[in-house]
Design a protein around this ligand. Sequence first.
Ligand code: FCB
Length: 468
Amino acid sequence: MTESDTGVHRSEMFPTDFVWGAATSAYQIEGAVQEDGRGASIWDTFAHTPGKIADGTNGDTATDSYHRWNQDIEIMKRIGLQAYRFSVSWPRVQPNGSELNPAGLDHYSRLVDGLLESGIQPWLTLYHWDLPQALEDAGGWPERDTAHRFADFAAHVCDRLGDRVKNWITVNEPWCTAFLGYASGEHAPGRREPAASIAAAHHLMLAHGLATSALRTRSDGNIGVGLNFYPVYPASGSAGDADAVRRIDGVQNRLFADAIFRGGYPADVLADLAEVTDLDMIRDSDAPIIGAPIDMLCVNYYSRFTVTADNTGTGSASAAPTDVGSAWPGNDHISFVANGLPQTGMGWEIDPGGLRDMLIRLSRDYPGVPLVVTENGSAFEDTLVDGRVADDKRVSYLRDHVDAMSQALAADVPLTGYFAWSLLDNFEWAWGYNKRFGIVYVDFENQRRIIKDSGLWYADLIAGRAMS
Ligand code: FCB
């Protein structure tokens, strides 16, 4: 029986302690890149390099949330958010990647206090892609030492905020940093070095493990990692396409999750990657560090992939705004094809059933760990008319993915929360400001925030008023 049969309020399909939140990240919203001793990050350098960002913009001002965090909290209260996921800018805390800048933590301390005073749980991401430029100059993520530097950073943040922050996400989407940052070059630091990207992937996982242990000794909170999962389907029934699915699923989904929950990287994926580079950056002693127990698996879900080994597709998982290399080292023979589903403004296929299936799969493949959807959302072309943004397509996207979660819960998936991406329209990386993901519209001329219809729908859902 569906909810429309019963007339049950949508939010009543969820456990009463289910957490409803929204997410952002530091470089995408803060601005204030020169303030209070902040150092440069790789995204400052990259965004200021001509030709890297589709609309020629950067995060110098963004949504100015470094100054307007109070206003942001007011908006969160109007929506009724129970939790807010944000990230800490590493170069504010360690401007040159090592020495501590206590002033850089003051902002987050104020933000956390403000959230708690408003009854909103702070969910803190440590790494959402803004590596201090000084650490990139020393080699970046392909260097093992960067993982140790990250554990120091985690310790500093936890020493200051661990008394108040009870939910920690170490690394957000290591796949993106490793393969968009160091293989395709679509993201900072814009390197196109397939072998280095594989080293980066390993060191990001090591960084997660080392940070987990630094947090564990300092905090009684929940610790998780944010992975971006995509269901992968074959374009045809051919053996070649089945192998393409195995390979893309392997490097996108299993590589990271198996390392954490199954004691090591999957053997078939290692064999694929060994076609690109020797894997001697992986030491035997790393596996137990990376596999240290965590308290939640943070799932970022946007879309699905359909792949073929026939080389008839686009060659890329999604359109890139600038000229880029392959994000799939060793898998250049595989192409990505559209599968007839409606798409978002990013050209990403909309597949809510894929979220349900992925949550069910994760709960079976990696049993015993709670799942949280820490990102899910869509960009569409929004227009502000008479003070209103009627973003019907985003409302549908949100509603259909919420329904997919209720189906996963009905299948006994231990799902504990959901964070809409994003609270605010913001700097969408290589695309700049033209791709709006917010449930709140930002007028970048004057920084005015206007809750979109999707944000109002979400407010109703949280308040238990959204009817089917
Ligand atoms: C995710 C990122 C997030 C945002 C969304 C659209 O991969 O984590 O910062 O850009 O995509």
